[in-house]
Design a protein around this ligand. Structure first.
Ligand code: PBE
Length: 308
């Protein structure tokens, strides 16, 4: 089952990439005559066709980027292009190979910061929030029905370096399950902190929901192995962001390790928090924002120019 979904991820990413390309071509606004006040500055905005390369439209960073185009007066007329995380990363890589300007909806931890020289644009309006945690949520009743799973999910925590190691290996071509296995093999002491002393089970089924973002592909595959280690039969199910939250609140999925808070998924958390059990952070020091290659001569969202 997991194999099938990796295949469909590839297809989805390919599809969305062609949609983005098609979208760019047909996005020729008629009125581009603008009165810029700094004539010498490189006008990346025009070159970028007033377009931010986005990811899945259900992602918090996508919605925050749309908010930014409304909050920042200088982003008037800008659009965030819907895409997929895979297609965004591919488009970023192509732009960097050609040293062209590009703005993406970015987040960390992410392998792109190890692979490329990138920077977050300053966000003086605070639309993207401050530092985030990635949290673990489980369904109500899991503690009673499956105390061992509850305990492992409650114990699960790691660092940005850990998750980036898994992400980078996947980016370099490893199957996500293999990359997760390699990390687990090399970090037995960390995994031991999650599973030692937890009662083993005999093939009990557990289902974790996730979204096919690079971070969540990595974390969900690693947690799957930790649960399998004590005898669980684990399914990880890729869903849309809002559906992931809903499935845990409804009890259709047993849990997830992909809650970005307080900002990124803040609205979903408010909507579902009364029907969920919040097990707290599994990773600290995460962040979202608009990300550009370091060679671009801008530092702040406010350095961009409106489309009209
Ligand atoms: N992300 C990765 C997600 C959370 C994890 C930043 C793309 C989002 O924006 O919702």
């Amino acid at each position: 089952m997991a194999k099938l979904s990796w295949k469909s991820l590839g297809i989805a990413a390919g599809l969305s990439l062609s949609l983005v390309i098609a979208g760019c071509g047909s996005d020729d606004d008629s009125t581009k005559e603008e009165s810029t006040d700094n004539d010498d500055a490189v006008n990346y905005s025009e070159e970028l066709n007033y377009s931010i390369t986005g990811i899945e439209p259900g992602a918090g960073v996508f919605l925050a980027s749309e908010d930014a185009t409304e909050e920042y007066e200088n982003l008037e007329g800008w659009e965030v292009q819907a895409s997929s995380s895979g297609a965004m990363a591919a488009t970023l890589g192509e732009a960097i190979a050609d040293e062209e300007p590009i703005i993406v909806t970015g987040w960390s931890p992410h392998w792109k910061f190890s692979e490329y020289d990138l920077k977050y644009l300053d966000d003086p309006e605070g639309v993207f929030g401050e530092e985030e945690i990635i949290g673990t949520m489980v369904r109500e009743g899991l503690e009673e029905d499956s105390p061992s799973a509850y305990e492992v999910l409650d114990n699960f925590e790691w660092t940005s370096d850990d998750i980036e190691a898994v992400m980078l290996e996947i980016q370099e071509g490893a199957d996500p399950a293999d990359a997760a296995q390699n990390w687990v093999d090399e970090n037995e002491d960390v995994v031991a902190e999650w599973v030692d002393g937890v009662d083993e089970v005999d093939g009990e089924k557990i289902e974790l929901a996730y979204v096919e973002w690079d971070t969540e592909i990595s974390s969900s595959n690693v947690v799957k192995l930790a649960l399998e280690d004590i005898g669980f039969d684990v399914t990880i199910t890729p869903l849309d962001n809002a559906v992931m939250w809903q499935s845990v609140a409804d009890g259709e999925a047993d849990g997830m390790v992909a809650a970005w808070l307080p900002g990124t998924h803040g609205e979903l958390y408010e909507e579902y928090k009364d029907d969920l059990v919040d097990l707290g952070a599994n990773l600290e020091g995460a962040k979202i924002g608009l990300v550009v290659p370091a060679y671009m001569d801008i530092d702040s969202i406010e350095d961009l120019e409106p489309a009209n």
